[in-house]
Design a protein around this ligand. Structure first.
Ligand code: F6P
Length: 320
């Protein structure tokens, strides 16, 4: 009988609980033992874990955060602590470890795999969506919706009072959150780490918008951008855009109930992780590539019946 360990690591992301639920239930369906390490990689070092049964993951799919808690373990960066973690895993006879987290967590998993025979499967979860090759990450969709919810409210007052608002979003060194928040909120601009914004051009654009009758502009600033909200505001003031307010959305983007998309993605990835364990897969991160826009000839629509995804339909029963 296999024994699976789970941990959540790094910055928490809404949907981590849905992934834990899916892994636990899919494992128990196969009569595997499944345990959860507390506080991310620190839990491996300190050998702190809980045993899971079906009910212990009941009523968690809708909650943000992680019932296993997380950490950004500084100790785990050191080889001596990784060796302690590897020894602990060997002692309790784990076959596979499923790591739910972002880029740093996946790097930690890669290092751990060097010190142990235990198979490692990663599930991408971060609100930053900053993981190359992986595409979708658990928590990103919820974070965008949370940001949009807040920006919509800012837009109400911006329009009414005719004030330019700068909204700072998270994302670490990656612009995805800012880009999608920018599109979704109908912002006037988004500043992202990957591209330098010319403040002269931006200020002219804002002034032209205001002249054309627009009331209140929204400018999104990603946290890793070359200018932060305060510096941008100062620079815009030099260009005679005087009435400016700054809001930093901060950690509210990390919390809250996961969106439908994140619950489904987490459930699919959690189930897929147990399939990887069954197949004895080692050292992988599971990915669901991005959907791309395609051109489909209209005449195909007539002859092709709409098909549901049967595997998703079956997942309801599997994880119930
Ligand atoms: O990786 C998620 C994230 O929220 C980033 O967007 C942000 O840069 C960072 O974590 C904040 O980390 P902490 O909560 O440790 O301050």
């Amino acid at each position: 009988m296999k024994k699976i360990g789970i941990l959540t690591s790094g910055g928490d992301a809404p949907g981590m609980n849905a992934a834990i639920r899916a892994i636990v239930r899919s494992s128990l369906n196969k009569k595997f033992n499944v345990i959860g390490f507390k506080n991310g990689y620190d839990g491996l070092i300190d050998n702190k874990f809980v045993n899971f049964d079906r009910r212990s993951v009941g009523n968690i799919i809708q909650h943000g955060g992680s019932i296993l808690y997380t950490s950004r373990s500084l100790r785990f960066l050191e080889e001596k602590y990784r060796l302690i973690a590897a020894k602990n895993l060997d002692k309790i006879d784990i076959d596979s470890l499923v790591v739910i987290g972002g880029e740093g967590s996946a790097r930690g998993a890669k290092e751990l795999a060097k010190d142990t025979k235990i198979k490692v499967v990663c599930i991408p979860a971060t609100i930053d969506k900053d993981m190359p090759l992986v595409g979708k990450t658990i928590g990103f969709d919820t974070a965008i919706n949370t940001a949009l919810n807040a920006i919509d409210k800012i837009r109400d007052t911006a329009t009414t009072s005719n004030v330019t608002h700068i909204v700072e979003v998270m994302g670490r060194n990656c612009g995805w959150l800012a880009i999608l928040a920018g599109i979704g909120a109908g912002a006037e601009a988004a500043l992202i780490p990957e591209s330098k914004t010319d403040v002269d051009i931006l200020s002219k654009r804002v002034i032209n918008q205001l002249k054309s009758g627009k009331k209140g502009c929204i400018l999104i600033v990603a946290e890793g951008s070359h200018l932060n909200g305060n510096v941008l505001a100062e620079k815009l003031k030099e260009k005679r855009i005087l009435d400016i307010r700054i809001t930093s959305l901060g950690h509210i983007q990390r919390g809250g109930n996961p969106s439908a998309a994140d619950r489904v993605l987490a459930s699919e990835l959690g189930y897929a992780a147990v399939k990887s364990v069954i197949n004895n897969t080692n050292n992988v991160i599971l990915a669901k590539p991005l959907d791309k826009i395609k051109e489909i000839p209209l005449n195909k629509l007539k002859i092709t019946p709409n098909k549901i995804d049967k595997s998703l339909y079956n997942l309801i029963n599997i994880l119930a």
